[in-house]
Design a protein around this ligand. Structure first.
Ligand SMILES: [Zn+2]
Length: 466
């Protein structure tokens, strides 16, 4: 049996106000080539000045990933020519990275080790159009953290878990949006196959630019099958860099390693060694917020939620906070969790938000029997889109549940009068017809009948004459 060995390399943009080595704005989505200056355009004679906020964020990320932070690290130049790299080199860290030897833990206790975490600057962005290639230099010099794992990952599922874990850590620590759609988190994966249990590693291929969770998983699955087929037919895997065609769902050859770049790394002469003080590290440790996995465990402990529910609620920091705020207004965490992980999350994914006190109020109205659950969902949607309070929406839509016994009795009597055959069948023992009567009553009250009361009245009315 052949088994995969996978390693990941991930770039995360650090959420600083300005770029890594100049004071240009670090901002996504601005008009092209508006956040640029001679430093990030690589004009001769300019000098880089280190942005300490970037070092702080990268250190925070490193500590959250259990890395050992090096008190002294160095910048290096990585030389290559590409149109979106106006300096002709990228300032990165090579031999002595900011941090090393980290890990994250999977649910089953298995550890995925992190080899290194270093800081570097981003390149510009090439935009390919029918008429040619355009270049936007706004991204030039945006600070990045690069995280490299050891080849400890043994399935596409584990790779996906790692990447999602990393995204949550980045968001929870406030280090980055880590939004793969915007390209502020990007992933490359290398993969090889070896005989199960064997220590001898196979030849690996690298798949570049996997820019969504789905693509990472699909590309790895495809690459496993592709390599398997070649090896089973007695072929050889070549060391090469591949791309992923997301439309066709296949990987394709970009370049073989014979054409590999020689980056001619050398120490960056314009920047001094990066020296950190103990107090700097201590300050970051002290400011470390609760991380997603810690929040999950607390939710299970404090609110009695099951693991799956806690995971869903904590996957997005904002949803977890919303849940916790709403508990203060409503209590009943389990009931609230059900609403939050379904209805609220669905609305949130559409960009619609609800205030904790509004949801708390709505759920209390449901508990008091003044509104059916079904109708509550409608009210919730309108609350999210209009921002109105549940009481006002119910008044406007005349949605309150009918708990007036007299009113419901009139409706029930109508139904009985109009359906003598069904009433007779029911009285002769076909009790399943109860569903029909309830359905009919709900139709006539537009779903507003208080179900408990309706049941009681129907039961009594049908019993008469039995
Ligand atoms: Zn600049």
């Amino acid at each position: 049996m052949l088994e995969p060995t996978i390693g990941l390399e991930i770039h995360i943009q650090l959420q600083t106000r300005s770029k890594m080595f100049c004071s240009c704005k670090n901002s996504y989505g601005d008009p092209p080539n508006t956040n640029i200056c001679p430093v990030c355009l690589g004009h001769p004679g300019t000098l880089p000045v280190l942005n300490w906020e970037a070092v702080k964020l990268a250190t925070k990320l490193a500590l959250a990933l259990n890395c050992k932070v090096n008190m002294e690290s160095y910048f290096a130049r990585k030389n290559y020519f590409y149109p979106d790299l106006p300096k002709g080199y990228q300032i990165t860290q090579y031999k002595n990275p900011l941090a090393e030897d980290g890990f994250i833990e999977l649910r089953n206790g298995k550890k995925i080790r992190i080899e290194r975490l270093h800081i570097e600057e981003d390149s510009g962005k090439s935009i390919h159009t029918e008429d040619g290639t355009l270049i936007d230099f706004n991204r030039c010099g945006v600070p990045l953290a690069e995280i490299v794992t050891k080849p400890d990952i043994s399935s596409p599922e584990e790779a996906l878990f790692f990447l999602q874990f990393l995204r949550k850590i980045a968001v929870y620590t406030g280090v980055s949006d880590a939004d793969m759609e915007k390209g502020n988190m990007r992933c490359d994966a290398n993969l090889s196959l070896k005989q199960e249990g064997s220590k001898k590693m196979g030849t690996k291929t690298e798949v570049k630019n996997l820019n969504s969770f789905k693509f990472l998983s699909k590309a790895l699955k495809y690459e496993i099958q592709r390599q398997k087929k070649i090896l089973e037919q007695g072929g050889k895997i070549h060391l090469e860099t591949r791309g992923f065609d997301s439309k066709k769902g296949v990987t394709f050859l970009m370049r073989s390693k014979e054409e590999a770049h020689d980056y001619r790394y050398f120490p960056e002469p314009d920047l001094p060694p990066l020296k950190l003080a103990d107090s700097f590290i201590q300050e970051i440790k002290n400011s470390m917020p609760e991380l997603h996995w810690q929040k999950e465990e607390r939710f299970m402990r404090e609110f009695g939620l099951d693991r799956k529910t806690a995971e869903v609620l904590c996957a997005e920091k904002e949803i977890g906070n919303f849940f916790e705020e709403t508990v203060k207004f409503y209590g009943k965490p389990k009931e609230l969790a059900n609403w939050t992980k379904t209805e609220v999350l669905e609305l949130w994914n559409q960009g619609l938000k609800i205030r904790p006190e509004s949801l708390g109020t709505l759920l209390k109205i449901v508990d008091d029997g003044k509104l059916s659950r079904l109708k509550a969902k409608e009210v919730l949607e309108e609350m999210a889109s209009s921002g109105k309070s549940p009481e006002i929406i119910m008044e406007e839509r005349e949605l309150s549940q009918i708990s007036d016994e007299k009113k419901l009795r009139v409706t029930v009597e109508e139904i009985i009068k109009e359906n003598p055959d069904k009433v007779e069948k029911y009285r002769k023992g076909k009790k399943g017809l109860m569903g029909f009567f309830i359905g009919e009553a709900m139709k006539r009250t537009e779903g507003r009948a208080n179900p408990k009361l309706l049941n009681k009245i129907l039961g009594e009315a049908l019993k008469n004459g039995e």
